[in-house]
Design a protein. Structure first.
Length: 408
């Protein structure tokens, strides 16, 4: 059993000769102390009765304070010993005095900095923007975790949707899904702070606040529409021709644009592509289907060095170890490809708004209709959790429901 007592620390006198009053906890023969915040001359402490002598001007008030905190501390120690839980001295101190407000922005900035250190430039930049909006909302004032309450989140949501200033007289309105993404990051910071024991569970406003997102339809191409893209013939050797081939290739393998751009000759062994997924840093090996194989052979140069990019878009001089330079190059290439894909879709008589990511959706839905199991599709797509892939099952089910309407 633990024992709790009030002690005057004669061994901890400060420069003015004042001694601190501590709560002493002895557990398993180990001693720890919690400061009460009271300092006084040694002659004002009654060592026999463990209380402040009456000659101290505030003896009644301070003794009452010590008695109350001592009782709270005893209750906390007893409660946690009863349920066989260990409790640190710091946690006990926080429970009887309450935690000091913790700077939310300082915690957020440190978390964001780690994304930069890990080379996750896109995630870093996105989260910098999220926190910058929040700083604008509070007009540059300090913000503690405890300040972000249920009511705070409701008002902030309304502010983002109604429109907030960005420059001059211009305002920016956020959709429900953009607000949802912003709040997901804020919620993550709260959860991280809780796991690190920086805040208590009851401080987290997302225990009550429910985030709202609108369902969005994922654009995908049917088997027939992929064939329409395949059979469209741009001028051979042009960027338009290359971008079309890359899109078709991705429709057969489900690769992200970043991984497509970074495919090098060394990643292809004649049958499979073996590479590290840029987003998740996981190893992946995929057998290349015949139509995609023909596209590789069209661009792969047999005499090229192993570090040569298969699809000649990124400059050979690109420093792959510079995360910022790499992210900029991929972003520019993606924007150029997506611009050409809109033209290609129109020429192929496809009345859908497509981007390169459409190829990934198209691969997933087509793979499901061909009977490939969802766990295998999830692995090929490089999803961290199978629930990310299950959205495609719902899409296929909706399409089947529409098809069955033919009987009506």
């Amino acid at each position: 059993m633990s024992s709790v007592s009030i002690v005057c620390r004669k061994d901890k006198l400060n420069q003015k000769g004042l001694a601190p009053i501590h709560f002493r906890i002895i557990k398993d023969r180990k001693i720890s102390y919690i400061a009460s915040g009271i300092m006084l001359p040694i002659e004002h402490w009654d060592f026999d009765k463990n209380k402040i002598k009456a000659k101290h001007t505030n003896s009644t008030r301070l003794n009452s304070f010590l008695t109350n905190k001592f009782a709270e501390l005893q209750d906390q120690v007893f409660e946690h010993e009863t349920v066989s839980k260990s409790l640190t001295t710091r946690q006990l101190r926080d429970k009887i005095y309450g935690k000091k407000p913790t700077d939310f922005f300082a915690f957020a900035d440190e978390a964001i900095k780690r994304y930069l250190q890990d080379g996750k430039i896109g995630t870093h930049d996105k989260n910098v923007s999220i926190i910058a909006k929040l700083k604008t909302y509070v007009k540059g004032k300090p913000l503690a975790f405890q300040d972000i309450t249920f009511d705070f989140l409701c008002k902030y949501e309304s502010y983002l949707k109604a429109g907030y200033p960005i420059s001059g007289d211009k305002v920016q309105k956020n959709s429900s899904n953009t607000v949802h993404k912003d709040f997901k990051f804020i919620r993550k910071l709260f959860n991280d702070a809780y796991r690190l024991e920086i805040i208590e569970h009851q401080v987290i406003p997302f225990n009550k606040y429910k985030m709202k997102a609108e369902k969005t339809d994922r654009t995908f191409l049917t088997e027939a529409e992929v064939l329409q893209i395949e059979t469209y013939q741009p001028t051979p050797g042009t960027k338009m021709d290359l971008h079309k081939d890359m899109f078709v290739f991705a429709c057969y393998l489900g690769l992200r644009i970043s991984d497509m751009l970074l495919l090098q000759c060394k990643h292809f062994d004649g049958q499979n592509i073996n590479f590290t997924v840029m987003k998740t840093k996981t190893q992946l090996s995929i057998k290349v289907p015949n139509k995609a194989l023909a596209i590789i052979e069209k661009y792969r140069q047999p005499t090229a060095e192993k570090n040569t990019f298969i699809f000649p878009i990124l400059p050979a001089s690109l420093n792959l170890d510079d995360a910022r330079e790499l992210d900029t190059a991929i972003s520019r290439a993606t924007a150029y490809i997506n611009k050409n894909l809109k033209y290609i879709a129109a020429k192929a008589n496809i009345d859908k708004k497509i981007s390169f990511h459409t190829s990934r959706h198209s691969f997933a839905t087509r793979a499901l209709t061909k009977g490939i199991s969802i766990d295998k599709i999830s692995k090929i797509l490089g999803h961290a959790a199978i629930r990310e892939t299950q959205v495609y099952s719902r899409i296929i089910n909706k399409e089947l429901d529409k098809a069955m309407e033919a009987f009506n």
